[in-house]
Design a protein around this ligand. Structure first.
Ligand SMILES: Nc1ncnc2c1ncn2[C@@H]1O[C@H](COP(=O)(O)OP(=O)(O)OP(=O)(O)O)[C@@H](O)[C@H]1O
Ligand SMILES: O=C(O)[C@@H](O)C(=O)CO
Length: 416
C-alpha cells in the first residue's frame, strides 16, 4: 500500500477513489474507520478510509482522522491525502483546519498545501478564491447548503477562521512558473511560519505542477482533482469489468444541491416516486412508516425513487415543522428505506448526497467496497465485498448529468 487517503464524507471517498483509479492506483474503500484486519484489501495499493466527519464536532473529526492516520502509519504508508469537498464544505469551527492540523502534527511535518481545485467539475482557485464554474463559491448555490452554507469564497480567510496557524497563498503566476518556483515559495512561506498553503490552480496542468512541487510533503490535502494528478506509475486498475447485480434499482435522494434537484425532477417524470414531505406528515415516525409502506408496495416492479431533496424555500417552510432536526430526520428515514429495500431484494441502490450516503452505508452495515466503472465523472459504482453483493452508486450532491439517476437504474456498469 503506497497511498493512504482519508475522505471526510462517503461520496467524497468514491470521488477520490475514481481519481486514484485514473491515476493508475488500485483503490479500496473502507467505511467508518480503519478495518480490523486486512480482509477486503485484495491487491489494493491505495486505501481510502471514508469517514463522516464533515459536520461532526471538531474534536470527534480530529480523533477519527488521527485514528485513520495511525492505521496508515502502522501499515507502512508514508503519505496521507486528506480529501475534502471541492466546494470546501466546512464551517468556522472546522473541520478542514483542525483535521489538517492534526494530520500535519502527526506526520511531524510543518507545512501542507490546500488544493480544492477540481477543474473537471468546474472548481478552480484563483487569487485564493474558489470558483464554481464561472461564479465565486459564495455566489453559487452552495451558499444555501443545509449543513455547510459557503458564504465566503476567499479560502485564506475561510481556513484562517478554522486554525490557529498561519495560512498563505501560492498565486497562479508562481504555479505557472513551474514546480521549482512553487517549491521555493512553499519553503519560504513555511520558514515564515505558514502551515497551510492555499494553491491557485485552474487546470490539470497546474495540478501536475503542484504534485511535482510537493513530492516531499508527507501530507497533502485537497479534493479529487489533485489526487488524479498523483501518477502511480502505470499500474492497471482492477475490478473494472465486474458485472453489476441486476434487478430493479431503488434511488434514494437526500441531497438538496441544485444538480440533485434537477436530477430528481428528471427521474420523477420517468419512475414512480415518493416525496418525504414534513408538511404532509409532520411526525417523523409517521413519515418514516408511510415511506416504508410505499416502498414495500412499489419496489420490485421497476426502478423507484424516494427523495427528501427540496429547494431552499421548501426547506424554510419545512423548518417550521421539524426545526434543526430536519437533516437528521431525513437521513435516518432514507437509511431505514435502504435497509428495507435490500432486505426485500434490491441489489442496486443509487444514493444522492454525501451525508445521506454515510447514513445509508451505516444502516446497511457495509464495511468495504471495490471500486468499479465510473457512471459519471467522479461517480463510480461500488460493489460491496460482503454478502449480499450489492451495487451502490453514491453520488456527490453536485455531480452527474441530469439523467444520472435514471441512467444508473439500467446501467451495465459505467466506463472503466
Ligand atoms: N427537505 C429537507 N429539509 C432539510 N434538510 C434536508 C432535506 N432533505 C435533505 N436534507 C438534509 O440535507 C443534507 C444534505 O446533505 P448531503 O451531504 O446528503 O447532500 P449534499 O451535501 O448535496 O451532497 P455532498 O455532500 O455529496 O455534496 C442531509 O443532512 C439531508 O438529510
Ligand atoms: O469534492 C467534491 O465535490 C465531492 O467529492 C464531495 O466531497 C461531495 O461531498
Amino acid at each position: 500500500m503506497v497511498l493512504g487517503c482519508i475522505a471526510d464524507d462517503y461520496t467524497g471517498a468514491t470521488d477520490v477513489a475514481c481519481a486514484l483509479r485514473r491515476a493508475g492506483y488500485r483503490p479500496a474503500i473502507f467505511f467508518g474507520g480503519p478495518p480490523a484486519g486486512t480482509e477486503g484489501l485484495g491487491d489494493a495499493d491505495a486505501v481510502v478510509i471514508a469517514l463522516k466527519i464533515r459536520t461532526v464536532p471538531a474534536e470527534r473529526a480530529v480523533a477519527q482522522a488521527a485514528e485513520a492516520a495511525e492505521w496508515f502509519a502502522g501499515h507502512g504508508v508514508r503519505r496521507v491525502y486528506y480529501k475534502y469537498c471541492s466546494t470546501f464544505d466546512s464551517t468556522d469551527e472546522g473541520n478542514i483546519g483542525p483535521v489538517t492540523d492534526a494530520l500535519v502534527d502527526g506526520a511531524g511535518a510543518d507545512v501542507t498545501i490546500v488544493c480544492p481545485a477540481s477543474p473537471e467539475h468546474g472548481r478552480t482557485v484563483y487569487g485564493g478564491h474558489l470558483f464554481v464554474h464561472d461564479v465565486l463559491l459564495s455566489e453559487s448555490s452552495m451558499r444555501h447548503h443545509p449543513l455547510t452554507p459557503m458564504t465566503d469564497a476567499n479560502l485564506v480567510r475561510v481556513l484562517g477562521r478554522q486554525t490557529p496557524h498561519r495560512v498563505g497563498l501560492v498565486p497562479h503566476a508562481v504555479v505557472r512558473s513551474g514546480p521549482d518556483a512553487v517549491r521555493a515559495r512553499i519553503e519560504a512561506l513555511a520558514a515564515d511560519g505558514v502551515r497551510h498553503v492555499v494553491t491557485d490552480a485552474i487546470d490539470d496542468g497546474d495540478l501536475a505542477v503542484l504534485v511535482a512541487a510537493t513530492a516531499s510533503l508527507p501530507v497533502l490535502t485537497g479534493a479529487a482533482g489533485l489526487a488524479s494528478a498523483l501518477g502511480a506509475g502505470g499500474t492497471a486498475p482492477t475490478a473494472t469489468a465486474r458485472a453489476l447485480p441486476t434487478g430493479p434499482a431503488v434511488v434514494l435522494a437526500g441531497s438538496c444541491s441544485q444538480t440533485t434537484l434537477e436530477q430528481v425532477v428528471h427521474a420523477r417524470e420517468r419512475m414512480p416516486s415518493y416525496r418525504l414531505d414534513p408538511l404532509a406528515t409532520p411526525d417523523p415516525a409517521d413519515m418514516r412508516d408511510r415511506a416504508l409502506a410505499w416502498l414495500a408496495d412499489h419496489q420490485g416492479r421497476g426502478p423507484v425513487l424516494v427523495y427528501s431533496s427540496a429547494s431552499p424555500e421548501e426547506r424554510r417552510a419545512a423548518a417550521h415543522v421539524l426545526g434543526a432536526r430536519a437533516p437528521e430526520v431525513f437521513e435516518e428515514i432514507l437509511g431505514a428505506l435502504a435497509l428495507q429495500a435490500r432486505d426485500d431484494g434490491a441489489r442496486r441502490l443509487v444514493i444522492a448526497g454525501g451525508e445521506t450516503s454515510g447514513t445509508v452505508i451505516a444502516s446497511l452495515g457495509v464495511g468495504s467496497v471495490l471500486v468499479a466503472g465510473e457512471e459519471d465523472a467522479g461517480v463510480p459504482w461500488c460493489l460491496t465485498t460482503d454478502a449480499p453483493e450489492t451495487a451502490l452508486l453514491l453520488k456527490s450532491g453536485n455531480f452527474g448529468g441530469r439523467d444520472l439517476l435514471v441512467r444508473a437504474t439500467t446501467s451495465m456498469g459505467g466506463t472503466a
